[in-house]
Design a protein around this ligand. Structure first.
Ligand SMILES: Nc1ncnc2c1ncn2[C@@H]1O[C@H](COP(=O)(O)OP(=O)(O)OP(=O)(O)O)[C@@H](O)[C@H]1O
Ligand SMILES: [Mg+2]
Length: 366
C-alpha cells in the first residue's frame, strides 16, 4: 500500500529556477492521479521527486507516514516509465523487461513468470525474442511499460508514456493502461499535457501552470466547474469561448451585456454573484453549449454571422462572429446554417461560466 503526501513541497533547481511552489496534495492508495498542464509547468519535476530522482528543496514528501525526502530512489519501491523510454538496443524484448529483476537478483523462474505474464497482458508475447529496432513505436512503448510492470511496485509513475504514438494507438493504449491499473491495484501517478487523456484515465486530475497548482478534482469537476480561465480553457476541445462584457442588474435579475448581446443569468447564478452591478466579467461558453432553435428566447440566445462551417464527421463546427468576437461552436449534423448566414442559437444557460476580468477567477466556483 502507498499513500503519497506532499506537504508544502517546493522545488528550486540549483540555478535558482523555481519549478514547483507549495504543493499540498494527498494521493490515495490505489488512486489513478494525473498531473496535467502545458510544457514546462513542472509535471516531470513533481514525478521525479516521487521517484527520488530530484531532491525536494522545500516541505516534505511522505509515503504513508514516512518522510521520503532523503530516501534514495532504489529504496522507494516505485517503477517509472520515462518520457523518453530508452530501451537497451542490443537486448531482446525479453531481456529488456527482465533487466530490472535480474539486477535485483530475483530467481530465474520468478523472472520468467513475471516477464511472460506482463508480455501476455501487453500482447507482445510473439515479440519477446526481437530487438527494439525490430519493433514499431507502439510496441516499444509497450516494452517500456512491461519493464516497469514486472517490478510490481507500490507506486507506478508514468511520464507521458503515450506521447510517441499515433492517434489510434494512443486511444487503444489508454484503455490498456486503465485495465493495467485495475489489474495491478497500485497507486498510479501519470503525467500528460493531453486533456483528453487526463479526462479518460484519471480518478483525480491536478491542473498545473508555472509550477503552481490551479485546481485539483475529479474529471467532471475540473471540466464542469473550472475555478479559473486557465483551467477552463485547458480542458475541452475546441477550447471554451470567451466574451468580455459587464453585468447589469435589471429588475431583480442579473444580465450580461456586450454590445447588443444580452444574456439573462439564471436565478442560481444571480444569487451567487451578490452585488455585481457594473462588474467587468468574462462569459465562458463551451462549444457544445448552444443549440439551433426555431424560437430562441431573448436573453438566452446568441446572434451573429457564420464565418465558416467545418464538418467533422459526427458534428459540425460553426465559426461565428458575435459582437466583434469569433466563437467556435459545435452543432449537430442537421444544422442548417451555411457560411455568410445570420444565425441565432440558443444558449444552454445552465452551463455558462463567468469569470472576473481582472483576477480571471471563476465567479461561480471557488
Ligand atoms: N535541471 C534543471 N535546472 C533548471 N531548470 C530546470 C531543470 N529541469 C527542468 N527545469 C525547468 O523547470 C520547469 C519544469 O520542468 P519540467 O520538466 O518539470 O516540465 P514539464 O511540465 O514536465 O514539461 P514537458 O511537458 O515539456 O515535459 C521548466 O521550466 C524547466 O525548464
Ligand atoms: Mg515533462
Amino acid at each position: 500500500m502507498a499513500r503519497i503526501k506532499f506537504e508544502a513541497v517546493g522545488k528550486q533547481y540549483p540555478n535558482g529556477f523555481t519549478a514547483l511552489e507549495n504543493l499540498n496534495l494527498e494521493i490515495a492508495d490505489k488512486e489513478f492521479l494525473v498531473l496535467l498542464g502545458p510544457s514546462g509547468c513542472g509535471k516531470s519535476t513533481t514525478l521525479n521527486m516521487i521517484a527520488g530522482l530530484e531532491d525536494v528543496t522545500d516541505g516534505n514528501l511522505l509515503f504513508d507516514d514516512a518522510v521520503m525526502n532523503t530516501v534514495p530512489s532504489h529504496k522507494r519501491d516505485v517503477a517509472m516509465v520515462f518520457q523518453s523510454y530508452a530501451l537497451y538496443p542490443h537486448k531482446s524484448v525479453y531481456e529488456n523487461i527482465a533487466f530490472g529483476l535480474r539486477m535485483r537478483k530475483y530467481p530465474k523462474d520468478e523472472i520468467d513468470r513475471r516477464v511472460r505474464d506482463a508480455a501476455r497482458r501487453l500482447e507482445i508475447v510473439p515479440l519477446l525474442d526481437r530487438r527494439p529496432d525490430q519493433l514499431s513505436g507502439g510496441q516499444r512503448q509497450r516494452v517500456a511499460l512491461g519493464r516497469a510492470m514486472v517490478r510490481q511496485p507500490q507506486v507506478f509513475l508514468m511520464d507521458e508514456p503515450l506521447s510517441n504514438l499515433d492517434a489510434a494507438l494512443r486511444i487503444s493504449m489508454r484503455a490498456e493502461i486503465k485495465q493495467l491499473h485495475q489489474a495491478m491495484q497500485t497507486t498510479f501517478v501519470y503525467v500528460t499535457h493531453d486533456q483528453a487523456e487526463a479526462l479518460t484515465l484519471a480518478d483525480r486530475i491536478v491542473v498545473m501552470k508555472g509550477g503552481v497548482v490551479q485546481q485539483i478534482g475529479v474529471p467532471d469537476e475540473i471540466y464542469e466547474r473550472p475555478r479559473n480561465m486557465f483551467v477552463a480553457s485547458f480542458l475541452g476541445n475546441p477550447p471554451i469561448n470567451y466574451l468580455e462584457g459587464h453585468l447589469r442588474g435589471q429588475g431583480g435579475a442579473m444580465v450580461f451585456e456586450r454590445g447588443d448581446l444580452r444574456v439573462t443569468l439564471p436565478a442560481d447564478i444571480t444569487a451567487k454573484l451578490g452585488a455585481a452591478d457594473g462588474r467587468e466579467v468574462v462569459l465562458g461558453l463551451r462549444a457544445e453549449d448552444v443549440v439551433e432553435s426555431a424560437a430562441p428566447e431573448p436573453g438566452a440566445s446568441l446572434s451573429g454571422r457564420v464565418l465558416s462551417v467545418l464538418p467533422v464527421g459526427s458534428d459540425q463546427f460553426l465559426e461565428m462572429e458575435v459582437e466583434g468576437r469569433k466563437l467556435f461552436l459545435r452543432l449537430g449534423k442537421e444544422c442548417r446554417y451555411r457560411e455568410g448566414d445570420n444565425a441565432t442559437l440558443a444558449i444552454n444557460l445552465n452551463r455558462i461560466h463567468l469569470f472576473d476580468q481582472q483576477s480571471t477567477q471563476s465567479l461561480l466556483w471557488s
